[in-house]
Design a protein around this ligand. Structure first.
Ligand code: SF4
Length: 309
């Protein structure tokens, strides 16, 4: 990847407060192609680990950004692909630690944690948030549409091994997909696996953002509360049904998006290039405006266009 920027935000994060995002894997380069992905379908499904972005350039940009902003609560390695695919993620974490004392979180789909070197590579982080979205191989294939080299059982064992070895907290995100993984049987299977993995926290999410596939359903708030009861005391619902953050730092960017959409209907790509935003930020702001019913979306010639209501 030879493009900048590698940083985005800080963006408001329900779990992580003000989070400075670091993105060093190209857009939709991922080991999965989740039906609920808010970034759309995966365009490069791969298990190949390599230096997708030059580490020195990433770290230089992080340092420059930190010099310009008030300290965020977390520096979060996430972005528009799977961060553990970057072969230099351990050095990126170590490099951030040298220039800042802000805690480093890794948001990963967890698909490669059964690989020894990947577990080692993220062990320098302060917080790791992996995912588990299915209780059986069958639903794993349906929901995550993984690369063929990722066996379900190995993936789950990787999560368990990582939890045992990692010195920091692991918050396991479980995405419940309405119509696919919200049956009682499937939820019990997922719950049993979370007991095996034993993370500090279990965080339940659902399709509150526009999913890659329209059939990836939203589970209503009340039902999510019931489901969290099944998972026990360390489980919380993190799905953001309102999606609106009122801090002025963020509302000014929302206003910019609204102003642009007042001029003409735009796609996500139009907005991000028009305002110089990162894709993840753009998706977030657009969803917030959709949630507030300030804008709407229509498909024209296979393209999603957003405009002011
Ligand atoms: S939700 Fe995450 S893991 Fe799934 S396809 Fe999107 S980026 Fe990859």
């Amino acid at each position: 990847m030879n493009r900048k920027p590698y940083t985005f935000g800080p963006v408001p994060s329900r779990r992580l407060g003000r989070s400075l995002g670091i993105d060093f894997v190209p857009f939709k380069t991922c080991t999965y192609d989740c039906i609920y992905c808010q970034l759309g379908r995966t365009t490069a499904k791969t298990m190949e680990r390599k230096e997708y972005a030059p580490m020195r350039a990433v770290l230089q940009e992080v340092e420059e950004k930190l010099n310009k902003i008030s300290p965020p609560d977390y520096i979060t390695l996430s972005g528009s692909g799977e961060p553990t695919l970057h072969s230099g993620i351990a050095d990126i974490i170590a490099g951030i630690k040298k220039i800042s004392s802000i805690p480093v979180a890794v948001l990963t789909n967890g698909s490669l944690l059964w690989v020894d070197e990947v577990r080692d590579a993220v062990s320098g982080a302060d917080l790791v948030i992996p995912s588990l979205d299915a209780g059986s191989n069958e639903t794993f294939l349906r929901v995550n549409r993984p690369h063929g080299g990722i066996p379900f059982q190995e993936m789950v064992e990787g999560l368990s091994s990582f939890r045992k070895a990692f010195r920091g907290p692991v918050w396991l995100e479980v995405f419940i997909t309405g119509g696919v993984t919200d049956s009682e049987d499937e939820l019990v299977r997922i719950r049993n696996l979370t007991e095996q993995i034993a993370p500090e926290r279990i965080q339940l999410n659902t399709a509150v953002r526009t999913p890659a596939e329209a059939y990836a359903g939203l589970v209503p708030k009340e039902r999510m509360k019931e489901i969290s009861g099944l998972f026990g005391g360390n489980c919380e619902v993190i799905a953001d049904y309102t999606g609106v953050h009122d801090q002025s730092e963020f509302s000014s960017t929302r206003e910019d998006v609204l102003d642009l959409l007042r001029l003409r209907p735009c796609s996500i790509d139009d907005i991000l290039s028009g305002l110089g935003l990162h894709r993840n930020e753009t998706v977030k702001y657009v969803q917030e405006l959709m949630d507030k019913k300030l804008i709407g979306m229509e498909e024209r010639h296979g393209k999603r266009l957003y405009s002011v209501n």
